[in-house]
Design a protein around this ligand. Structure first.
Ligand code: DAH
Length: 339
């Protein structure tokens, strides 16, 4: 049997193939289940025990060599033989899934664009702030109950370092650095110690606006916000200003827009009032100007602040603000075409 194996080995060493199909035929002839080498393994069972070791080794060697040789013959042809190329160059390319902007970024960009048309620039401030910029400079005295409305997460006590509860802190940062005229908006993330629900979250986003100059009036505030509302929600949109209170503005107001769903007729979204609240605003309190070293006798100004989630919910009729933070592709994909 050893002779047979030897003869077969030299036969296989001399094999040639002119195509990969021919190489495949050789594989079948020698290496398939019914091939010559397999039949030798059957024969091996009849070899006397004393010869088993030598024959077994020779047989395994034959099989390994045959596999290598025939594989090499195949590869030679596969490289040159285009009909057997593994990559099909005529196939259409693999599509590259394109991402989209998050709806809050879409709306933030729209807000920035609208105010940019009125000459407002963009500035940003830190999310981790001190008490001065979030509260004290904005005319919230230490024991004032207005602080309770904006409970937050404290990083350090005495001196107080905390996560800002509103972007109004950026007003202070900008006024401390620059003298009027100041005309800017400040988008950013804010934090409050609130239970998470369909309508409230401990993280959300705001855009703050500030305009300080000589002779800025409440009429300028109203007209600026009317322009914004019409650009954002459509030309037919109406606004209404209701008196309100914020420590850093005097007078202060809350602004409603005519309901984006029913147009003012009354529906569940506006609770049958025809109006929905979208922002707080007012004339910057002289105390705030003085805290930031701006002469309140010479300059006046207005400020406003709105929640980006709120604007997005109204614009796209989203029922639950938690959707903004869950990263569910099925939700986010719906905003791909909104630019
Ligand atoms: N900072 C206020 C809040 O988070 C919103 C606000 C109200 C901002 C009136 C303003 C403003 O600039 O003038 O509730």
């Amino acid at each position: 049997m050893l002779n047979k194996i030897d003869a077969l080995l030299s036969e296989i060493k001399g094999l040639k193939a002119s195509s990969s199909a021919e190489a495949e035929e050789l594989r079948i002839k020698y290496l398939s289940k019914k091939g010559i080498i397999s039949s030798l393994f059957d024969e091996f069972k009849t070899v006397p025990p004393t010869e088993k070791k030598a024959v077994g080794q020779a047989l395994n060697q034959l099989k390994n060599e045959a596999q290598q040789i025939i594989q090499r013959l195949k590869e030679q042809h596969e490289q040159s033989d285009t009909s057997h190329r593994k990559t099909d160059l005529t196939r259409p390319g693999a599509s590259f899934p394109l991402g989209g902007r998050h709806p809050l970024s879409v709306v933030k960009n729209q807000i920035v664009d609208i105010f940019a048309r009125l000459g407002f620039t963009v500035a940003e401030g830190p999310e981790i702030e001190d008490d001065w910029h979030v509260f004290s400079a904005l005319n919230f005295p230490p024991e004032h109950p207005a602080r309770d409305m904006q409970d937050t997460f404290f990083i350090h006590k005495d001196p107080d370092i905390l996560l800002r509860t509103h972007t109004s802190s950026v007003q202070v940062r900008v006024m401390e650095k620059e003298q009027p005229p100041i005309r800017a908006i400040f988008p950013g993330r804010v934090f409050r110690n609130e239970a998470i629900s369909a309508r409230a979250h401990c993280i959300f986003h705001q855009v703050e606006g500030l305009y300080i100059e000589e002779n800025v009036s409440f009429a300028d505030l109203r007209q600026t916000l009317l322009y914004f509302a019409k650009e954002m929600f459509g030309k037919e949109t109406q606004i209404r200003l209701r008196p309100s209170y914020f420590p850093f503005t005097e007078p202060s107001a809350e602004m409603d827009i005519s309901c984006t769903l029913c147009g003012g007729e009354g529906c569940t979204m506006c609770k049958y009032t025809g109006w929905v609240e979208i922002l707080g605003c007012g004339m910057v309190d002289p105390n705030v100007l003085e805290s930031c070293n701006i002469d309140s006798k010479k300059y006046t100004g207005f400020a406003f602040g709105m929640g980006i989630e709120r604007i997005t919910v109204l614009k796209y009729q989203i029922k639950d603000i938690r959707l903004f933070f869950e990263n569910d592709i099925r939700f986010l994909e719906q905003f791909k075409s909104a630019l």
